[in-house]
Ligand binder design. Structure first.
Ligand SMILES: Cc1cc2nc3c(=O)[nH]c(=O)nc-3n(C[C@H](O)[C@H](O)[C@H](O)COP(=O)(O)OP(=O)(O)OC[C@H]3O[C@@H](n4cnc5c(N)ncnc54)[C@H](O)[C@@H]3O)c2cc1C
Ligand code: FES
Length: 498
């Protein structure tokens, strides 16, 4: 499953280097998504020596698989934050997101990245959904946004109402990463791909261990999605949510939206267009679920495809892909120094699928803090979110994770591994030699690997859509041969003789 953006991306546009030997840096950034590249550029603009270490390739995880709507109208985010915190905090979140949106648009203009200016819509299909939208509209207006109510929109199905905001934007996220990488390179920054951060001492100057060698740096920024190296804190305060995106070529008179739409009722649906040559493709996203906790991801993908064909009969699917983002317990992004690191290790995460702005919020906050010039909104945002300083764990999240942990181990202990290899495209976890073992068959190759997540011991589940092993606890994911794909783990799954 490859996204529209990664499929069209030319990897030679990213100026990568081998890891230089013997150099030290002011700031090392782990992670080559939007958070990592925007942070590296913002830091390098102030004259610091920066190295960016990416475990896989730039954009390989969430950013290259997003739907890339750059909007400050984000479903019912503002009213949710207002309810949870206050109007002032919602206003601060909006101010930060507006600054980030301006920063991205300015970057795109400077680097000639194509951007389509579009209206954003949050829409409802139920009466309670419309009620939530009324509350969103009221909050948006109270904060000075020029949002409006619509009874009907261009959507080709009945709705119970929508909130609209003009002049938002959409783009190809790999084009944005390409522009950031070019700017970082021109500022003397270094990008190393295939360099997974595996460890760091907790106090500066830091020595980092990576799969490409050691790196010395004064500061480290974890821009790794769920922060790696943080074994007890942030992964426990967030829930990893995975969802699908599909791109379609529609028949001549077929329907493609002009605006960018997101539903506020479940199951969440996201719609936009994507220019490709002379054509406008239809992009459909949705069927969000907690990573590793759905019975059949394949069935979810098929369900989304069926829904898309109802909108655009006869449409031809060109791409399908999936990605995950992290929902923070307190609804606000988590940005700041890791506990116990004396300010030398910073991290940013928890964007709740609104990272096109919030990744840049994090970049501006982190780069500003390093120069004691943090943006005005950061102190309020940080105080309200608890930053990364608090190890407080949301009771409900902890309880759910505990339940999943128990369920996984009990299930694996009860079932011995079947003697037959699983059929093509399937995987199974069972007991072998007293421990959970994960066996799968993909493209004719049967692999047996440890069935236990190396992060904090979750028992893995088979993802039949993406053919991966997914952890139901904090969202680490692994290829059938055990290679680490994403999440807070830093090692893969070892091979096992079943
Ligand atoms: C389906 C979907 C649709 C979305 N649509 C939108 C949208 O329309 N608008 C919007 O605003 N937001 C959207 N989002 C959210 C947005 O895409 C993400 O919040 C954002 O891309 C996160 O960027 P990131 O850089 O933090 O993470 P990532 O892009 O995941 O980057 C993290 C990088 O860190 C690397 N890494 C991990 N571990 C290590 C390590 N140990 N050492 C070195 N590198 C490491 C990974 O390989 C990865 O490349 C969507 C998210 C999803 C899942
Ligand atoms: S991701 Fe934490 S235990 Fe697997």
């Amino acid at each position: 499953m490859t996204s529209l953006w990664l499929d069209a991306h030319d990897p030679s546009r990213i100026p990568v280097s081998d890891l230089p030997v013997g150099l030290s840096y002011d700031v090392a950034v782990a992670g080559g998504g939007l958070t990592g590249l925007a942070t590296a550029v913002a830091v390098a603009r102030s004259g610091k020596r920066v190295i960016l270490l990416e475990a896989r390739t730039v954009g390989a995880v969430a950013t290259g698989n997003t739907t890339a709507k750059l909007t400050v109208l984000q479903g019912t985010r503002l009213s949710t934050i207002r309810r949870r915190h206050s109007l002032e905090v919602a206003g601060t979140y909006l101010a930060a997101n507006r600054d980030a949106q301006d920063w991205v648009l300015e970057l795109c203009a400077r680097h000639a990245v194509p951007v389509q200016r579009r209206a954003a819509y949050s829409y409802a299909t139920t009466a309670p959904g419309a009620q939530s939208l009324r509350s969103e509209l009221e909050t948006a207006r109270a904060l000075g946004l020029d949002a409006r109510w619509e009874d009907t929109t261009e959507l080709p199905f009945p709705i119970t109402g929508a909130v609209a905001l003009e002049d938002q934007a959409q783009f190809d996220p790999m084009e944005v990463l390409g522009a950031l990488a070019a700017e970082l390179h021109s500022l003397g920054g270094i990008i190393v791909e295939g360099a997974r951060l595996t460890g760091a001492n907790r106090r500066g100057p830091l020595t980092l261990t990576t799969t490409a060698g050691e790196v010395r740096t004064d500061r480290l920024v974890l821009a790794t999605g769920s922060p790696v190296l943080d074994r007890g804190g942030q992964p426990l305060r967030m829930v990893p949510h995975r969802s699908y995106a599909l791109a379609y070529r529609v028949p001549a008179a077929g329907w493609v939206p002009r605006g960018m739409h997101v539903s506020v009722d479940g199951p969440v649906r996201s719609l936009r267009s994507a220019p490709q040559g002379d054509e406008e493709l239809l992009l459909v996203g949705g069927n969000d679920h907690v990573t590793g906790r759905t019975e059949s991801p394949r069935a979810q993908l098929a369900d989304l495809h069926d829904w898309a064909l109802e909108l655009a009969p006869g449409a031809e699917r060109t791409h399908s892909w999936a990605a995950q983002d992290y929902e923070p317990a307190g609804e606000l992004p988590l940005i700041g120094a890791l506990p116990g690191s004396e300010g030398t290790i910073l991290a940013a995460t928890g964007y709740a699928k609104w990272g096109m702005t919030n990744a840049v919020v994090a970049a501006l906050a982190i780069a500003g803090s390093l120069d004691d010039r943090a943006p005005g909104w950061f102190a309020t945002l940080n105080a309200a979110s608890g930053g990364l300083g608090s190890l407080a764990q949301e009771a409900t999240m902890g309880a759910q994770v505990g339940k999943e942990l128990l369920k996984g181990w009990t299930g694996a202990e009860l079932h011995a591994l079947p003697e037959q290899a699983p059929p093509e495209g399937q995987g199974v976890v069972g007991r072998a030699q007293g421990r959970p073992v994960a066996v799968s068959t993909v493209e004719g190759r049967t692999c047996a690997v440890s069935g236990v997540c190396p992060h904090l011991g979750g028992v893995l589940r088979w993802n039949d859509a993406e053919r991966s092993w997914d952890c139901p606890l904090h969202g680490s994911r692994f290829a059938p041969d055990g290679t680490l794909l994403e999440g807070p783990a830093v090692t893969g799954l070892g091979p096992v003789q079943p």
